[in-house]
Ligand binder design. Structure first.
Ligand code: ZN
Length: 258
């Protein structure tokens, strides 16, 4: 193979127009992390690449290194995740997964565990009855694998034991606080013992125990609120992204429509 060429699996996180008939793609890969890459001519009907570089699908690509951006020369769909991309109840969650991964990662930082999480999450959103479960598990694991593991076993500030009837969550420190320590943390808010239990399950690398819990609407809303606050706090600080919060705020409206 030509030295300038390399091959990799890739999930297209998002894409936008590039030049007259091309697209710039932001993809996530197992060995190269997140990459921006050009696909020339994909908007033409004759393009061999078109149809193999759809957002949220897993493709096998060959790319040529460029001075600035690399260019896709071949693409083949490996898994299309058709339900996740077309079912209105699922596509919101699949897009949320792609956008959060994009916001919390830097270019060209390999994270094989994050790659595995991305692909297994898209597969679960595509096939499982309830896409909420894999989508929320993804968000907790994304925090863990990005170095922001939620601390839920004691008070993060004083190390004190938690009384399940009076637990608070602080997005600032990314974990639980006791009633005494929460006084100094204006962002913190009260959380139920069940929400803390559910998040503890999602922190673990095994999906099974988390996925088997039946979660009712009030607890769903509470867990979503905790995740939104945590992820929003990180992206505000690290990336300054107001767009992310907008995406996450759309969640409840989307759910009530479906
Ligand atoms: Zn404390």
């Amino acid at each position: 193979m030509n030295e300038r060429l390399y091959k990799t699996q890739a999930v297209v996180l998002r894409r936008f127009d590039f030049g007259e008939a091309g697209k710039q793609l932001v993809v996530y890969t197992p060995g190269l992390g997140k990459l921006s890459i050009i696909a020339q001519g994909v908007k033409r009907a004759t393009s061999k690449l078109a149809g193999h570089l759809e957002p949220l699908s897993l493709s096998y690509i060959v790319a040529a290194r460029g001075r600035n951006l690399d260019t896709v020369t071949q693409a083949d769909t490996v898994e299309a995740f058709a339900n996740a991309r077309t079912d209105p109840h699922r596509v919101f969650y699949a897009l949320l997964v792609a956008e959060l991964l994009d916001k919390l990662t830097l270019d060209q930082e390999e994270n094989r565990a994050l790659w595995d999480l991305l692909v297994s999450t898209l597969r679960r959103i595509d096939t499982e009855d309830d896409p909420w479960t894999p989508a929320t598990y993804f968000q907790v694991r994304l925090l863990v694998l990005s170095g922001y593991k939620p601390q839920l076993d004691e008070c993060v500030e004083c190390g004190g034991k938690l009384d399940p009837s009076a637990v608070f969550y602080s997005p600032r420190v990314g974990g639980t606080l006791c009633p005494g320590c929460r006084m100094a943390d204006v962002q913190s808010f009260g959380v139920s013992a069940n929400a803390v239990k559910l998040l503890r399950l999602a922190v673990a690398p095994a999906y099974g125990p988390y996925s088997r819990v039946r979660v009712g609407s009030p607890l769903r809303a509470e867990v979503e609120g905790i995740l939104r606050a945590s992820l929003g706090n990180i992206t505000d600080r690290e990336v300054g992204s107001a767009a992310l919060l907008d995406i996450m705020k759309r969640a409840p409206a989307q759910r009530s429509q479906s």
